[in-house]
Design a protein around this ligand. Structure first.
Ligand SMILES: [Zn+2]
Length: 386
């Protein structure tokens, strides 16, 4: 058994440097749409990774930060993939009014828990582990994704290509309060309905227009009724908009629908039922409804390999007296892409985050050492366990 109790004090000693690096990253605005900021965060990570001997490749994406691939080749053995992202949900200008702050056991700031502290923690864990070597590990690859908070639309193929070459994937999303660690996720979908009709000013109307808002509004209750919260399949209308003026029949409207499903089969079934409702022929043939989008995050199945990884994590937690519990999340992450390909994947390996992606987002300072130690144990034994 790897010596978790011996590692934790080393990480504790590295905490001041770790926090300084986290603060520097958090003090950079890096919303997904703010490419310059994402690039600046990736510059920091590139320097830290290069300092450890990683070869860092940066593939530019139009309008976004880079796709950062850092690879350390160690020889023959298992190939380990670490998934992180450099973007946040916060737009440019956020840091000026809400920067990094530390109060007692709480760390605050945009992206503090999702996931700047997390990636910096992983980098310091690697810095401590690498000098002693990683027996049985052939390579370590870390991805710094630039568009995760958008659902990784442009990065999915790249992440999947890296995942296909990996034997093990560790994802750095935040842990849940109490040490919740993710060994499964549901599928997440985003579907867009567009309606077109015939506009008309009501002052001059002698026959009815074809109201695009009315066409979509008629679907709302039926779409919501596709939800079965007990089984975890849900459809929810998040946006319905259209029209320009009270006295004008709207000829265009749009609806955004969120879909969640517990597994791939349920996702397919839910999408089919939504399609049947949304694309049913309209009684007024002048109205046309079109549907686009679909499931953007595949289901992350809890395979036996995920369970085994979790048991290892729990062993390291137990050794240092940290609490941990398994979570199957309804949200997606980049780990979902790897898990859906059957790559043994564990997620939620960052420090404990609270109220993630809200203005109250904060990280438990005293969770960094235990969570970092659990991550270190998984990396250190990646080549030899199981
Ligand atoms: Zn995240």
């Amino acid at each position: 058994m790897w010596d978790a109790r011996g590692f934790a004090p080393q990480l504790e000693a590295a905490l001041p440097a770790l926090l300084a690096d986290a603060e520097a990253a958090i003090e950079i605005d890096s919303g997904s749409y703010h490419a310059a900021g994402v690039l600046a965060v990736q510059d920091q990570w590139t320097a830290l990774l290069a300092g450890m001997g990683f070869a860092v490749q940066r593939q530019p994406l139009p309008g976004r930060g880079d796709q950062l691939t850092a690879r350390l080749r160690l020889g023959e053995g298992r190939r380990l993939l670490l998934l992180g992202h450099a973007d946040t949900v916060w737009p440019a200008g956020t840091v000026r009014e809400w920067g990094f702050a530390r109060r007692g056991n709480q760390l605050f700031g945009p992206g503090v828990g999702d996931m700047k502290t997390n990636v910096v923690m992983a980098l310091h864990v690697l810095r401590l582990l690498l000098p002693a070597g990683l027996p049985g590990v052939g390579s370590v690859t870390l991805l710094g994704v630039p568009d995760e908070e958008l659902g990784s639309p442009q990065s999915r193929a790249w992440i999947e290509a890296e995942a296909r070459q990996a034997d093990l994937c560790l994802t750095l999303e935040p842990a849940r309060p109490g040490g919740g660690t993710v060994l499964g996720r549901g599928a997440v979908g985003a579907v867009y309905l567009q309606a077109r009709g015939v506009t008309q000013h009501l002052a001059t109307a002698t026959a009815p227009g074809a109201n695009a808002v009315a066409a979509l509004a008629a679907l709302v209750a039926e779409i919501e009724a596709l939800s079965d919260y007990a089984s975890g399949s849900t459809a929810s209308v998040g946006i319905l908009r259209g029209g320009a003026a009270r006295q004008v029949v709207p000829d265009a409207a749009e609806m955004h629908v969120d879909l969640r499903a517990p597994d791939a089969a349920a996702a397919t079934a839910l999408l089919e039922r939504l399609r049947a409702v949304a694309l049913r022929p309209q009684q007024d043939a002048r109205l046309v409804v079109e549907m686009s989008g679909g499931f953007t995050r595949p289901a992350f199945p809890t395979l036996p390999a995920m369970q085994a990884l979790y048991e290892r994590a729990a062993g390291f937690a137990g050794a240092i007296g940290a609490t941990i519990f398994p979570v199957v999340s309804r949200g997606g992450s980049d780990g979902s892409f790897a898990a859906a390909l059957g790559v043994p994947t564990l997620d939620g390996l960052g420090p404990v985050g609270h109220e993630i992606c809200s203005r109250r987002e904060w990280v438990e300072l005293d969770s960094i050492v235990p969570r970092g130690t659990i991550l270190a144990g998984l990396i250190a034994t990646a080549g030899t366990a199981g």
